[in-house]
Every structure is written in C-alpha cells, then in structure tokens.
Design a protein around this ligand. Structure first.
Ligand code: HEC
Ligand code: HEC
Ligand code: HEC
Ligand code: HEC
Ligand code: HEC
Ligand code: HEC
Ligand code: HEC
Ligand code: HEC
Length: 263
C-alpha cells in the first residue's frame, strides 16, 4: 500500500505544480492591459521614436522583447510607449539639455518600476527565503536583461549553455562542470529552486522528499514487497525514514567522485 501512496502522492504534487504554473502564467498574459503611471513629475510620454535619436542600441531591438507586446489601457499610448513602460514619461529627459540622470527613472536602481505591474513577484521577494532584492543588495537586472529577448529564460536551456548564464556569476560551486552530472540540472536551476523567493530553506520548490520524487518515484517492481520504496535498483524503504534525500545524496548538483552523488 505504501508504495502506491508514493505514486499517488507524487502524481498529486505534479498536478498541483502544473496548476500553479498555469495560474502564474495566466496572470502575466499578454492580454492584460496595464496603466503606466507618470513617475517623473511634470513629464509626459513622448514615445520610442524620441528615444531612438540617442539610444538606438535599445530601440532597434525593442520589438523582439517581451515587453513590446504589452498593451496599455489608454489606446493612444499603445504602439508608441515601450521604453516608457519602465522608464516613465520621458519628455523632461529628452528636453533636459544635458541633465540626463535626474530626469528619467532607472529601474536598475529601484525595482519599484517593475513591481507596479509584477505585484506577484513583489510578494515572492517578501517570503522568508529569497534573493536580497528588497534589501537593495541585488536587482532584477542581475538575472534579467530588460532590453534583451531572453528576459524570461535566464536559467533554462541546456547544461552547457546554462553554465555561462546568470546563476554562474555568483554560484560557481553549483554551476561548475562535474564528472558525474545530475541530469535534472539540464532543465535549469528552477526545477528545484524558486529563485524569487520561497517559504522553504534554500528557496527549494518543496521542502521534503517530494522535490526529488517528482522525477524519481516509480512503480514497485516485481522484486518489491508491499510497502517497499525502490528507487532505481536500490531499496530506499528504510533510507527515507532517515532524512531528506539530499542528506545522503549531498552533492545534489553533481559530483566529481561519486556517480550517485553521495559526496
Ligand atoms: C537627445 C538625446 C537623448 C534622448 C532623445 C533620450 N536620451 Fe536617454 N540619455 C541620453 C544621455 C546622453 C544619457 C546619459 C548617458 C550616460 O550617462 O552614459 C541618457 C541616459 C538615459 C538613462 C539612464 C539614466 C540614469 O539615471 O542612469 C535612461 C534610463 C534613458 N536615458 C532612457 C531614455 C528613454 C526611455 C528615452 C526616450 C523617452 C531617452 N532616454 C531619450 C540621451 C538621450
Ligand atoms: C522591462 C523594463 C524596461 C524597458 C521596457 C526598457 N528598459 Fe531601459 N532599463 C531598464 C532597466 C532595469 C535598466 C537598468 C539596467 C542596468 O542597470 O543594467 C535600464 C537601463 C536603461 C538605460 C541606461 C543604460 C545604462 O547603461 O546605464 C538606457 C539608456 C535605457 N534603459 C533605455 C531604454 C530604451 C531606449 C528603451 C526602449 C527601447 C528601454 N530602455 C526599455 C528597464 C527597461
Ligand atoms: C507596464 C507594466 C510592466 C512593467 C513596468 C514591467 N513589466 Fe515585465 N511584463 C509585463 C507584462 C504584461 C508581461 C507579459 C508579457 C508576455 O506574456 O509576453 C511581462 C513579462 C515579463 C517577463 C517574462 C517574459 C517572458 O518571456 O515570459 C519578465 C522576466 C519581466 N516581465 C520582467 C520585468 C522586469 C525585470 C521589469 C522591470 C525592469 C518589468 N518586467 C517591468 C508588464 C510589465
Ligand atoms: C536570482 C535571479 C533572479 C532575480 C534577482 C529576479 N529574477 Fe525573475 N526570474 C528568474 C528566473 C530563473 C526566472 C524563470 C523562472 C521559471 O522559468 O520558472 C524568472 C522569471 C520571471 C518572470 C516570469 C515568470 C514569472 O514567474 O512570472 C517575471 C515576470 C520575473 N522573473 C520578474 C522579475 C522581477 C520584476 C525581478 C526584480 C524585482 C526579478 N524577476 C528578479 C530569476 C530572477
Ligand atoms: C548577482 C549575484 C547572484 C546571482 C546572479 C544569483 N544569485 Fe543566488 N544568491 C545570491 C545571494 C547574495 C544570495 C543570498 C545569500 C544569503 O542570503 O546568505 C543567494 C542565495 C541563493 C540560494 C539560497 C542559498 C541559501 O543558502 O539559502 C539559492 C538556492 C540561489 N541563490 C540560487 C540561485 C539561482 C538558481 C540563480 C540563477 C537563476 C541565482 N541564485 C543567481 C546571489 C546571486
Ligand atoms: C535536483 C534539484 C536541484 C537543482 C536542479 C538545483 N539545486 Fe540547488 N539545491 C538543491 C538542494 C536539495 C539544496 C539544499 C542542499 C542542502 O541543504 O544541503 C540546494 C542548495 C543550493 C544552494 C545553497 C548551497 C549551500 O551550501 O547552502 C545554492 C546556492 C544552489 N542550490 C544553487 C543552485 C544553482 C545555481 C542551480 C542550477 C545550476 C541549482 N541549485 C540547481 C537542489 C537542486
Ligand atoms: C527534473 C527531474 C529530476 C529531479 C527533480 C531530480 N532528479 Fe535526480 N535525476 C534525474 C535524471 C533524469 C537522472 C538521470 C537518469 C536516472 O538515473 O534516473 C537523475 C539521476 C539521479 C541520481 C543518480 C542515479 C544514477 O543511477 O546514477 C541520483 C542519486 C539522483 N538523481 C538524486 C536526486 C535527488 C536527491 C533529487 C532531489 C534533490 C533529485 N534527484 C531530483 C532527474 C531528476
Ligand atoms: C540514508 C541515505 C539515503 C537516503 C535518505 C536516500 N538515498 Fe538514494 N541511495 C542511497 C544509497 C546508499 C544508494 C546506492 C548507492 C550506490 O549504489 O553507490 C542510493 C541510490 C540512489 C539512486 C540510484 C539508484 C540506482 O538504481 O542505482 C537514486 C536515483 C537515489 N538513490 C535517489 C534518492 C532519492 C530520490 C531519495 C529521496 C526520496 C534518496 N535517494 C534518499 C542512500 C540514500
């Protein structure tokens, strides 16, 4: 009976994970129209054409970015406002005669500009375990390139590509090449970590063994007695009573010594 419970338990977990992923993605759908409040007092919206006079390196590629598809509540702004979604109205900056910095919002310093639309992300950065963005020690741009087309996928992709990506800049231990890789990492760090923030230590997606059993649960083979938990060929029935999977498989990101990632 017990092994069947594992199977159903993990099926449920996968279901809940898929449902919440669907809910999260539907919140940020392209069709949600948004209002951009004026953030630089006295300034008005001027549109991307104005910015292109001086910042072609960004305006040339804007159409490829996720935010180019954002629709605005006010129809006269839709299609022209893009840069100013995040930077706020730009007339003072454009007409500043050289006072470039005080006249425009730079969300690289304050994530507030992002939170006005991504309030769900703000909430995650208030959970007990999080990257220190609210504390001002990090920013969205440490992981997202706001002007690039890959803004949404900083840690996905193949293992080889991933190593050169954002997480590696600060977490070399987990992103190095290993003799014995954990294939799970090929799907990206976010398979196991909620990188914005999580109620669980180490920002884990799940605090218990279900984190691993999502992928490693299996139907009991012919050799298994009722109530036994086999993972691969190894009987784990008593093992899992001793602690989390990663208390034994402690090199969970990969190992240079042990193919089972014990150390
Ligand atoms: C007439 C030229 C010109 C136009 C037009 C212009 N900018 Fe700038 N912008 C500049 C210069 C010059 C700087 C300062 C660059 C530097 O310090 O390296 C700057 C800086 C910025 C910064 C950084 C500010 C900071 O505090 O670090 C942002 C953001 C910015 N511009 C956005 C925009 C947006 C959005 C538009 C269109 C609404 C725009 N600019 C239009 C010339 C211009
Ligand atoms: C999704 C929000 C977003 C959009 C849309 C956006 N930016 Fe930015 N922009 C940022 C953030 C965040 C930074 C800070 C980047 C950093 O610190 O590395 C920034 C920085 C800048 C800077 C200063 C760069 C520097 O090196 O200091 C300029 C100039 C700029 N943006 C221009 C533009 C222009 C022009 C557009 C439209 C084509 C645009 N931005 C669209 C978020 C955005
Ligand atoms: C004016 C509202 C608005 C602002 C401001 C804004 N965003 Fe977005 N953002 C959106 C919307 C709407 C989407 C969904 C677009 C889509 O699904 O294609 C989105 C999508 C995203 C995505 C996911 C893209 C993908 O490919 O799935 C990321 C990452 C993101 N934003 C980061 C940021 C960051 C970082 C900032 C601040 C620098 C920011 N956003 C500012 C409205 C905004
Ligand atoms: C430590 C790196 C990191 C930081 C810092 C970070 N993000 Fe992300 N973000 C990611 C990763 C990785 C994903 C992809 C998640 C996935 O594929 O499940 C992502 C996805 C997103 C998405 C799209 C998916 C979703 O969950 O809605 C949005 C929007 C977003 N981030 C906004 C932000 C904003 C706004 C900030 C700053 C307040 C920020 N992020 C800071 C790493 C980061
Ligand atoms: C700019 C540097 C930087 C980048 C990029 C970065 N992190 Fe972090 N990471 C940190 C800092 C700082 C902490 C917090 C350490 C602390 O609070 O003690 C942290 C903490 C963590 C923790 C929790 C560690 C613990 O001891 O609780 C995990 C897991 C993590 N990061 C994963 C990621 C992943 C996955 C990515 C890529 C999507 C990423 N980080 C990108 C700087 C970074
Ligand atoms: C298969 C699941 C899994 C994947 C994928 C994964 N991690 Fe982890 N990570 C864990 C577990 C479990 C822990 C907690 C280990 C512990 O507490 O001993 C952890 C801990 C961490 C820590 C904290 C380390 C410490 O010493 O406290 C960091 C940083 C981290 N991971 C970064 C990453 C990065 C970066 C990636 C992507 C390259 C990644 N993780 C992918 C499961 C995973
Ligand atoms: C996204 C799916 C996924 C997750 C989540 C995951 N793994 Fe894996 N793991 C794999 C794949 C795929 C392999 C390689 C194929 C195999 O041996 O099953 C693997 C291999 C392993 C191996 C080596 C097996 C062998 O035969 O050499 C161990 C040990 C392991 N994982 C432990 C863990 C632990 C502990 C966790 C939780 C922290 C975990 N895995 C989470 C997918 C995953
Ligand atoms: C008490 C320690 C312990 C715990 C807890 C533990 N394991 Fe293991 N695991 C082992 C040992 C020992 C082996 C066999 C190692 C070997 O063959 O070198 C093993 C082997 C494996 C293998 C390889 C199976 C094969 O066919 O070779 C996988 C995958 C695995 N464990 C995953 C997990 C997962 C997932 C969890 C959590 C549900 C977990 N382990 C919990 C000790 C443990």
């Amino acid at each position: 009976m017990k092994s069947r419970q594992w199977t159903w338990g993990s099926a449920l977990i996968v279901g809940v994970a898929l449902l919440s992923a669907w809910l999260l993605s539907s919140c940020a759908s392209v069709d949600r129209s948004v209002v951009v409040p004026g953030k630089t007092p006295g300034a008005t919206f001027v549109g991307n054409d104005q910015c292109s006079h001086c910042h072609t390196e960004y305006t040339d590629h804007f159409a490829e970015t996720a935010h180019a598809k954002v629709r605005l509540k006010s129809p006269e702004q839709t299609g022209t406002i893009g840069c100013e979604l995040c930077h706020g109205p730009g007339s003072k900056h454009v007409n500043s005669g050289g006072d470039w910095k005080e006249t425009i919002v730079n969300p690289g310093k304050k994530p507030e500009a992002c939170f006005q639309c991504h309030s769900g992300i703000r909430a995650r950065f208030q959970l007990p375990h999080r990257h220190p963005v609210a504390e001002g020690q990090m920013n969205c741009v440490d992981c997202h390139n706001p002007h690039g087309k890959e803004i949404g996928k900083p840690a996905g992709g193949l293992a080889m590509a991933r190593r050169n990506q954002t997480c590696a800049e600060c977490h070399q231990e987990q992103t190095q090449s290993f003799v014995f890789e954990h294939e799970a990492l090929r799907e990206g760090c976010v398979v196991c970590h909620d990188v914005h923030g999580s109620p669980n230590p180490k920002m884990l997606q799940q605090a218990d063994n279900n984190l691993c059993l999502r992928c490693h649960a299996q139907a009991p083979g012919p050799a298994a007695q009722p109530g036994q938990l086999f993972i691969g060929k190894v009987n784990h029935t008593t093992f899992v009573q001793q602690g989390a999977c990663w208390s034994c498989h402690s090199s969970v990101h990969g190992s240079n010594i042990n193919p089972r990632m014990r150390y």
